[in-house]
Ligand binder design. Structure first.
Ligand code: GLP
Length: 256
């Protein structure tokens, strides 16, 4: 079942901007609904720039998009891509790097040519990478569509709580929650200290911003976001009020 609306949470402490929200029963169905929305955008915007998150939440979306392409329902090579973020110091050979995850789950299976994508190189100088990715985005006008996850601490990409709110890409000191969560990607503790990311401000310039969350552990941060959290504490709140923002939740993430 799919539920959709703009309803605000009951009992909010203050008026928060209503977010267009779709809630589905289960995470696998969520991936189907989000993939269909992404495919529709791609069909309508040949040559557009798409910014995709790594992280566990959207992975089933990428599998579904690749299947839609195989069925002839979308040409994923008709747009350009920019990677959302990367762990500074990690490259393709490092399990759980964004480059590895996205190459293996999406860019490779979808057959996206190298000249159609620019992702952060975590092994290069992060400030030089910021400048290069900023140029890539500027060369394509701006990001048209982005698919994001929200971290347990409210981050989008590596825009961490308290990180600078700036136009260009950002090099950010990772917060303790992100460092602790990183073990699930790497399979072991790694001494990651910084991330490099498209800024929340650049993401907020996209026409269409899909923000996904699934599972009970995301319910508290989703509830804080919907209640109009301070963006300095919950960076995803920088997207609030964006006319193209669409929140996609499973029932567990909606239950906060
Ligand atoms: C990670 C990444 C983000 C991701 C978010 C949620 O640390 N930096 O790009 O979207 O946190 O991740 P997950 O979907 O695994 O919960």
């Amino acid at each position: 079942m799919v539920g959709e609306g703009k309803g605000a949470l009951a009992g909010e402490p203050h008026a928060a901007p209503a977010i267009r929200t779709t809630v589905v029963d289960h995470a696998p169905f969520l991936a189907t609904v989000v993939a269909d929305a992404a495919a529709a955008w791609i069909r309508q915007h040949p040559g557009g720039l798409v910014c995709l998150a790594a992280g566990d939440t959207p992975l089933p979306v990428y599998e579904r998009l690749v299947a839609l392409q195989a069925a002839g329902r979308v040409d994923l090579r008709s747009v350009f891509y920019v990677g959302l973020d990367e762990w500074v110091g990690l490259g393709y050979e490092d399990r759980g790097s964004c480059l590895q995850v996205m190459t293996d789950a999406f860019y490779g299976p979808a057959g996206i040519p190298a000249e159609r994508r620019r992702v952060f190189d975590g092994l290069a100088d992060p400030h030089a990478e910021c400048a290069a990715v900023d140029r890539w985005i500027a060369d394509h006008g701006r990001i048209g569509f982005t698919l994001l996850g929200i971290g347990l601490n409210g981050h989008i990409g590596f825009n961490e709580p308290g990180a600078p709110d700036q136009d260009g890409c950002v090099v950010v000191d990772l917060d303790d929650t992100t460092k602790a969560v990183s073990v699930k990607y790497f399979g072991t503790a790694r001494p990651v200290r910084q991330g490099v990311s498209v800024s929340a401000r650049a993401l907020a310039k996209a026409d269409t911003v899909l923000l996904m969350a699934s599972g009970a552990k995301k319910a508290p941060i989703v509830a804080r976001l919907r209640a109009g959290a301070d963006p300095a504490e919950v960076p995803a709140a920088r997207l609030l009020g964006h006319p193209g923002l669409h929140l996609f939740l499973d029932r567990e993430a909606d239950a906060g």
